[in-house]
Design a protein around this ligand. Structure first.
Ligand code: ADP
Ligand code: MG
Length: 682
């Protein structure tokens, strides 16, 4: 067997199965060898029948004492029973709808059964146990891998294939980690890792194998990010004229905060340095990142360059478009909007204006990446809320420039340190750690259903004082999930019964972009009092007159998400409020929501979130924009991550281009890991 042996040449794998396997990315024996299990089932515990504990599944080694018998109970239900014995006693194995068992279990033969041995009325019984002939046992008596599956592919099928591949060619797997790195970090050999990741001899061997796989993955990732950073750092950048914050100041309706000023100065220094800028501006929601971006655009324009700014949603793109046209048009900067929902003719007009250099700043969504978009002289690329864009998308936007443009990334997501280093590992980081003055912290309350009437009165009171209100629901439509407030039904109820005299509107992600925009524009213009919404308003929406955020079923949201939502209020001069509605009484939920009521600090909230809910919420939906990890858990494996980062730095110090023969495999691995992001390593 070779690593390149197609899986279709294995017994039992026809075209249909091969196609299903291909969906998992599995084509050859080599693919399967590095297809790691997502979990394990420990089937090593073996007991005599009489001593088997009832609480957990175990293996028993038995002799079939009688021919199995099947009885037809009713349509769709047949039961097969079989008496088995060992030296300690006997049990009945019971199988539902598994007729074949009658032929498969033969009297007088020895089998291993794996399952729970239940005792009732002095009799022992095993229901639907897994069984194998003792002399051909493959999946009992060992730690069994549990693989990620797809329709038409069972775990047993994959485990069977993996067993053949491990036996057949694990020793052929190339060793891709440089020997020096393996030695220094006490990592096992690839063959050992492969054997024990699929079929660990014991838990210790599994831990050793897993450590190597996790290390290797994080090491490759760290090398890739460090590599990108280094290469970018060396790229020549256009030199913008050295404008000062003071000259820019008259365009702003407010004096910049100290932190904004520092960020602007850091940018300015980058932009006149002669090297291409790659800077992340990280600042909590409401810290005023937009003004900092505007300064960069202003500098670019002064140097005769165009800028492009990409946002993750249409709502946000439109809002930036409005804010930035407002700020920059007095300086003669022409701003254009480009989103997917524009009509074809409108798009063509924007494309033409960009190509002709008649637009100085293009604000938009992914539409900015589309093929028809060309610039006359693109010098600055800005992405907002970058954690939603992949490393590759950022590069794709830059690729629109004839020469490498300056890159500015803005993010509000507070991320624990080690991870920030990895996720933004290719960027220089500036933190805006100060909110504009005069902000009073948002007052946050947690209330139950019994206070609903009071909450409605509070909404009414804010509106009567000229303010506006967000009301957030977790679902779009009724019945999506039980007991959750749904936007459409709730908006109807509010408009018809609760607030018939107020202007109620709703918005959610499933609306057409045009309708979404119309509602957001009306809310922004103060023509809507109460906006019922899903989390589509979570990112970046800025309506300073809104001062109350009500969040229904607040327990359904993660803390970081609640923090993003709350960031929509507290943006104007008025005292703002956030009301969480939840009747959930579990202690963990109460603790979480109470903590949220007490603190406004995004970093503290993010850490608490990670601590209480684990990484799922943080790293769900691949929001960090990094390649998918097969073995590593980005939030859980932080110790290995630190080690891998240090190893990566050391390696690149020695061999900055990874061009020595012993480091070539690392470079190849980086290319494969980032393959989804396009060819960004060439
Ligand atoms: P972010 O994008 O960082 O969440 P924004 O740029 O949307 O924040 O700014 C939030 C709000 O604060 C906006 O209404 C903006 O006009 C206002 N703002 C920004 N900087 C200042 C400042 N220095 N002084 C007063 N208000 C400011
Ligand atoms: Mg913003």
């Amino acid at each position: 067997m070779e690593l390149s042996t197609p899986l279709q040449s294995f017994p039992g794998i026809g075209p249909a199965k091969a196609k299903a396997l291909a969906r998992l990315g599995l084509h050859t024996a080599g693919d399967l060898l590095t297809y790691w299990p997502r979990a394990y089932e420990d089937r090593t515990k073996t007991y005599p029948i009489a001593q088997a504990p009832a609480e957990e599944p175990v293996c028993v080694s038995v002799l079939v004492a009688e021919t199995p018998t099947s009885s037809y109970i009713r349509k769709g239900l047949t039961i097969t029973r079989c008496k088995v014995v060992d030296g300690s006693g006997s049990a009945t194995a019971v199988f539902f709808n598994q007729d074949y068992v009658r032929q498969a279990l033969r009297v007088g033969e020895s089998y291993i059964l794996y399952g729970r041995v239940e005792v009732s009325g002095g009799r022992r019984q095993m229901t639907n146990p897994i069984f194998e002939r003792e002399d051909r046992a493959r999946f009992t008596g060992r730690i069994m891998p549990v693989y990620p599956l797809t329709a038409g592919i069972s775990n047993n099928l994959l485990a069977g294939l993996a067993l053949q591949c491990v036996e057949g060619c694990a020793q052929l797997l190339p060793e891709e980690l440089p020997a020096g790195v393996r030695q220094e970090h006490a990592l096992c050999a690839m063959e050992y890792a492969c054997r024990n990741l699929h079929f660990p001899t014991d838990q210790e061997a599994l831990a050793i194998a897993r450590r190597r796989a996790v290390f290797e993955e994080l090491f490759t990732l760290s090398c890739g990010m460090a590599f990108l950073r280094k290469r970018r750092g060396e790229m020549a950048g256009r030199v913008f004229p050295p404008g000062s914050v003071e000259e820019f100041r008259p365009l702003l309706p407010f004096p910049p905060t100290g932190a904004q000023r520092r960020a602007m100065e850091a940018l300015r220094d980058d932009l006149i340095s002669g090297r291409a800028m790659n800077r992340l501006i990280q600042g909590d929601v409401g810290s005023g990142k937009t003004a900092v971006a505007a300064f960069a655009v202003w500098l670019a324009h002064a140097g005769g360059f165009q800028s492009a700014m990409m946002a993750p949603t249409e709502i946000l793109a439109r809002q930036h478009y409005e804010t930035l046209s407002g700020l920059l048009s007095p300086a003669g900067i022409r701003v254009g909007l480009l989103t997917g929902s524009l009509k074809a003719a409108e798009k063509r007009a924007v494309h033409a204006a960009l190509t002709a250099g008649e637009i100085d700043l293009a604000v938009g969504t992914h539409a900015l990446l589309s093929e028809g978009v060309t610039y006359r002289e693109l010098g600055l690329v800005i992405t907002d809320e970058q954690h939603r864009f992949g490393v590759g998308q950022r590069s794709a936007l830059s690729a629109k420039a004839a020469q490498p443009p300056h890159v500015l990334v803005m993010s509000a997501t507070p991320i624990p340190r080690t991870l920030a280093l990895l996720i933004y590992g290719d960027l220089d980081v500036t933190v805006i750690d100060e909110l504009p003055p005069g902000r009073t912290p948002v007052e946050t309350y947690l209330v139950g259903e019994d206070k609903r009437a009071r909450m409605y009165n509070f909404v009414r009171k804010q509106v009567s004082q000229g303010r506006q209100v967000y009301m957030i629901c977790p679902a779009v439509e009724e019945g999506e999930s039980d007991g959750m407030k749904a936007v459409t039904a709730y908006a109807k109820e509010l408009a018809e019964t609760v607030f018939p005299d107020l202007r109620v509107a709703f918005v959610h992600g499933k609306l057409k972009s045009r309708d979404k925009e119309a509602v957001m524009a009306a809310f922004g213009a103060g023509e809507v009092d109460v906006l019922v919404s899903t989390t589509v308003v979570e990112v970046g929406v800025d309506v300073p007159n809104a001062n109350l955020m009500v969040i229904e079923n607040a327990d359904r949201f993660g803390l970081s998400q609640l923090h993003q939502l709350r960031g929509r209020v507290g943006r104007g001069q008025w005292q703002s409020y956030c009301v969480l509605i939840s009747d959930n009484r579990t202690q963990e939920t109460r603790e979480r929501l109470r903590y949220f009521c007490q603190t406004n600090d995004g970093f503290k909230i993010a850490e608490k979130d990670l601590e209480l809910r684990g990484p799922g919420d943080f790293f769900g939906q691949r929001q960090h924009g990094l390649p998918v990890m097969k073995a590593a858990d980005l939030a859980g494996d932080t110790r290995v991550l630190k080690e891998a980062q240090e190893a990566a730095e050391a390696l690149l110090r020695d061999d900055p281009t990874l061009s020595t023969p012993r480091n070539r495999p690392v470079l190849e691995k980086i290319r494969r890991l980032f393959a989804e992001d396009g060819d960004i390593f060439n």
